[in-house]
Design a protein around this ligand. Structure first.
Ligand SMILES: [Zn+2]
Length: 731
């Protein structure tokens, strides 16, 4: 046998490569006088000795090899060189062991660490509890880089080739996002903080229990969670029966009794929904942020309680239209929970019996940006006839069946994400297609390695680390001490390969945007190659790999910054300080809303692990018909889409419209009074599939400022032969 394998310090196995030994000795050689240097002959002898020593085992540790080099140098009489080599080795060792978080943590508490403080627009980084989370994050990132991840992955992340997401939580066995199994938790009860919570006896109680579950779940994971609201509908019916019982013996006629019951019920539904909206927006989890919650609004007739579903959805939308009071007592757009509204045959604005609810949804979108829209028709085409909520903002599960052959979505989760910097591959390939696919293959293999690190890191986790998730129903009902491993395998949970900058890479490789025929041909081929990689990994490992359009809140800036530093300013690529999200059309490109939906919808079935398309629209409050046309269009044309509109508020002068980004200062400014104080304005923008309102880093602000409006008189003309005023005074 021969020595073929090296075990690195972190336990990963790499092929044995004798040139690495040679290079290390030569590096030390450069630091001693010529007569002290090791000759090529001595180096060869040392390598031969190493090979002989480990030939039986076929494998050696890095430390074993280094020991033998030291011995070899000394027995060759090269004492000064051996000393240099040992010194170099111990310096490297010290570096590996050194804690490098001092500076980042101290700059955090003195409010000087802008990078970390602005990374997430939903975290207010000056608050003490948020800072504790961020400090823990710095420690986690440091240990992840030095100890937990293989060097190849760490280097690829540092070079901006890939992004290993959520390093700040990697230290602990946490997953990303999930669909909470409320059906199970409500029906069978749950346990929180060691206390039994039984099945709710009224709607109001169900709402309270739900917000408690939300808080507990979001403190045990780092991404978003979703709730199918239909599970609350049943408890409206429970409350109705309660009221009927109370009033039964009263001496009034039946009709009046029912009327009173309905009045009381409406009051309770209003109060319950208020509880949800206020609780979620005022909660602060241990992650230092409002929980990332998505409420799924899908009129599901097969579920039953249809009247109750409708009553609930109407209330949720109407309360959202009203908004939520800020500290000055003014109604503003609440960033959470995110609302997702499903368009189906019965409510897609073509005369269906539930169109009236969609009308309210449209008004809500105009005023408060949410809800986003899912086309049940398009979704069924991609997901084996199923309609289900995204996990958090846009992560979609793959269909999976339980032992009885039934599809199951609730109670499943995403293990984590690693994203690929596509533009960087384009820059390195310099237009050479062959080289491009070669580099891509190599980068994909790093992504696979990184995702497997995520998976292995979760293996062996006992259910006790997050009882609400693993023992009390949010995900599973495991016993104490049981490990979560079966839930990580067989495609039950997903592992996401994300990607950024399809627009930029296409531009680099073809000279054109992916919206042209030539560009599209390349872009589609690339997207299919990414998808094929995840399918291949799935076949090889049996794990739930999926292709995912990364929400690039700060990543669009990070990748562009790194590439600009490494490769300089490249027109239309690095010069604009951000890369474009997933497969999206460049924000600067003039394209109307309908064409954008049509074009981007081609990528959605390929990116079935998650994605969302958006169009940028002006304030549409005075042009609901225009918005209605776009919503109607979604049903037949695109699976998942959202609208970005502007509903800002200036506390200084009371201006209620769009707060602008000053082109000179790149900062936010009230167009009415010139106020630039972030603390005295409410600016709500779509940042990562959620809304954000705590302001953004420079890259994101630049990207927001360059967003082109996708609707004006021209685009609606095409479909209606009528002219619509968009209502904002702009054309
Ligand atoms: Zn103002």
């Amino acid at each position: 046998m021969a020595l073929t394998t090296i075990e690195k310090r972190n336990g990963t196995l790499v092929p044995f490569d004798s040139t690495k030994i040679k290079i290390a000795i030569e590096k030390a050689n450069a630091n001693v006088s010529p007569e002290e240097q090791a000759t090529d002959c001595l180096i060869d002898n040392i390598i031969t000795a190493i090979k002989a020593r480990f030939s039986d085992l076929g494998i050696a540790g890095v430390e074993d090899i280094q020991d033998m080099v030291e011995v070899g140098l000394m027995s060759g009489g090269k004492y000064a060189l051996a000393k240099k080599y040992i010194l170099y080795r111990s310096t490297r060792e010290a570096l590996r062991r050194a804690n490098t978080t001092d500076e980042s943590v101290l700059s955090l508490v003195s409010f000087k660490n802008k990078d970390v403080m602005e990374e997430n627009s939903n975290k207010n980084a000056v608050i003490i509890s948020t800072q504790r989370d961020l400090i823990a994050g710095e420690v986690s990132k440091d240990l992840t880089d030095r100890i937990l991840l293989p060097e190849r992955v760490v280097k690829a992340h540092a070079d901006g080739a890939i992004h290993f997401h959520d390093k700040d939580y990697f230290l602990q066995p946490m997953y990303n996002c999930c669909l909470v199994n409320y059906s199970d938790m409500f029906t069978n009860g749950t346990v929180m903080n060691g206390k039994m919570i039984e099945t709710p006896k009224s709607f109001q109680v169900a709402c309270t229990v739900m917000t408690q579950i939300i808080a507990a779940v979001s403190s045990s994971q780092y991404g978003g969670q979703s709730l199918d609201l239909k599970h609350l509908a049943k408890y409206i019916s429970v409350s109705r029966e309660r009221y009927r019982k109370i009033i039964r013996t009263e001496d009034i006629d039946e009709k009046s009794k029912e009327h009173i019951v309905e009045l009381m019920l409406q009051k309770e539904v209003k109060a319950g929904v208020q509880t949800i909206q206020y609780q979620i927006n005022t909660l602060m989890t241990t992650n230092g942020q409002t929980p990332f919650v998505t409420l799924f609004i899908n009129i599901d007739e097969s579920y039953g309680y249809v009247d109750e579903q409708l009553m609930l959805y109407k209330e949720v939308l109407e309360q959202r239209i009203e908004g939520i009071k800020n500290e000055a007592g003014v109604y503003v757009t609440p960033p959470f929970p995110k609302l997702v509204y499903v368009l189906d045959e019965h409510n897609n604005l073509t005369g269906g019996k539930y169109d009236w609810l969609t009308e309210i949804a449209v008004e809500c979108t105009a005023k408060r940006m949410y809800p986003d829209y899912i086309s049940a028709k398009k979704m069924r085409e991609t997901y084996q006839g199923n309609v289900f909520a995204p996990m958090g903002c846009r992560s979609f599960l793959s269909p999976w069946k339980d032992e009885d052959g039934n599809y199951k979505f609730e109670g499943r989760f995403n293990q984590g994400v690693v994203s690929l910097n596509l533009p960087q591959i384009g820059i390195l390939a310099k237009g050479d297609k062959l080289k491009f696919w070669e580099i891509l293959e190599d980068r994909l293999s790093i992504c696979f390695e990184a995702l497997m690190c995520r998976h292995r890191h979760l293996l062996g986790t006992p259910s006790d680390v997050a009882p609400i998730l693993w023992q009390h129903g949010a995900i599973a009902r495991l016993k104490p001490g049981e490990v979560i491993d079966p839930l990580l395998k067989g495609g039950y949970s997903t592992l996401s390969l994300g990607y950024i900058g399809l627009y930029e890479v296409t531009k680099l490789m073809t000279g054109e945007s992916h919206t042209t025929d030539k560009g599209y041909e390349f872009a589609e081929k690339l997207m299919k190659a990414l998808r094929e990689a995840t399918d291949r990994w799935k076949r090889q490992t049996g794990l739930g790999f999926a292709l995912y359009g990364t929400p690039a809140e700060s990543l669009c800036y990070r990748f562009a910054r790194i590439d600009k530093e490494r490769f300089g300013s490249i027109k239309d690529i690095t010069d604009k300080n951000y890369y474009t999200n997933s497969y999206h059309v460049d924000v600067r490109e003039g394209i109307d809303a309908f064409s954008k939906f049509d074009f981007e919808s081609k990528f959605q079935p390929i990116s079935s692990g998650g994605c969302i398309s958006y169009v940028e629209i002006p304030n549409m409050n005075k042009n609901l018909e225009g918005l209605r046309q776009m919503v109607k269009y979604i049903y037949d044309h695109i699976q998942y889409a959202e609208f970005n509109t502007k509903t800002d508020y200036c506390h200084e002068c009371g201006y209620d419209g769009e707060i602008i980004i000053d082109p000179e200062t790149h900062d936010w400014k009230c167009p009415n009074c010139g106020n630039t104080d972030h603390r005295k304005m409410t600016v709500v923008r779509r940042t990562c599939g959620y809304l954000g309102s705590n302001f953004w880093n420079r890259g994101k602000t630049d990207e927001i400022s360059k967003r082109v409006i996708h609707v004006g008189t021209y685009s609606l003309d095409r479909f209606n032969n009528a002219t619509y005023d968009c209502g904002c005074g702009e054309s």
